[in-house]
Each structure stands twice: as structure tokens, then as C-alpha cells.
Design a protein around this ligand. Structure first.
Ligand code: 5GP
Length: 114
């Protein structure tokens, strides 16, 4: 896949407000937050979309979600609630083609989403 802005964030070529990092996962605040808390969890290994993840990367996918849940617990809003979102391709509204999980919290979320 081609390089994206998120790869540049991983390589520290552009700044980001990083809130969590492990060997496999990086999390940073969204530059255009849609809720009081809006953090993006990305695998350091690049996949363009969720469609590009294979079974051999199941554990990595699990680590992404568990990192989001752990952050919610750490920050104290896990019980109040939050939303995790993965947008995929055009109809999903994906704009950056490096797989990422949005973690949104700090306000009541509506359903269905827009
Ligand atoms: P998508 O629409 O692909 O699901 O989400 C991409 C997200 O990345 C958007 O919410 C957008 O605000 C965020 N974003 C795009 N460019 C940057 C950037 O340079 N830095 C940060 N922190 N977030 C970005």
C-alpha cells in the first residue's frame, strides 16, 4: 500500500498528540475531533482497509480493540460508555487508507450514525 499521513506519524515525521504506544499499536488524538474524546488506534503494520487484514493478523486486530478498551478504562469513561468505529472504503467514509479504529467518548452517541 502507498504511504499515508499515519505512516508519517508512526515515523515521527509529522507531529501528533500520542496517547498510547506499544510494539504493534500507536494511538493519537484525531486532529478534527468529533467528540470530547476522539483517539485513533492504528497498527504500526500498515493495512489500507479492514478488507486487507488476513487471519494471520487476527491477534493484531484484537490488540487494536483491546488497546482502545484499556484506554477507556484508564481514562475513566469505560463504564459511562464510548464508541469504536472502523470506516471502510468509500461508503464507510474512510479518508485515510491506513487501517484505524476511532474511539469516541465524552458525549452521548446517536444511532443510526450519519
Ligand atoms: P477516516 O475518515 O479515514 O475513518 O478517518 C480519518 C481520520 O483521521 C479523520 O477523523 C481525520 O480527522 C483524521 N486525520 C486526518 N489527518 C490527520 C492528521 O494529520 N493527524 C491526526 N491526528 N488526525 C488526522
Amino acid at each position: 500500500m502507498s504511504d499515508t499521513i499515519f505512516s508519517k506519524i508512526i515515523r515521527r515525521e509529522i507531529p501528533a498528540d500520542i496517547v498510547f504506544e506499544s510494539d504493534d499499536v500507536l494511538a493519537f488524538r484525531d486532529v478534527n475531533p468529533q467528540a470530547p474524546v476522539h483517539v485513533l488506534f492504528i497498527p504500526k503494520k500498515p493495512f489500507a482497509t479492514l478488507n486487507d487484514v488476513s487471519v494471520s493478523d487476527s491477534e493484531l486486530l484484537g490488540k487494536l480493540l483491546l488497546a482502545a478498551a484499556a484506554y477507556a478504562k484508564q481514562e475513566g469513561f469505560a463504564e459511562q460508555g464510548y464508541r469504536t468505529v472502523i470506516n471502510c472504503n468509500e461508503d464507510g467514509g474512510q479518508t485515510v487508507f491506513h487501517l484505524h479504529v476511532h474511539l469516541l467518548a465524552g458525549r452521548h452517541m446517536h444511532w443510526p450514525p450519519g
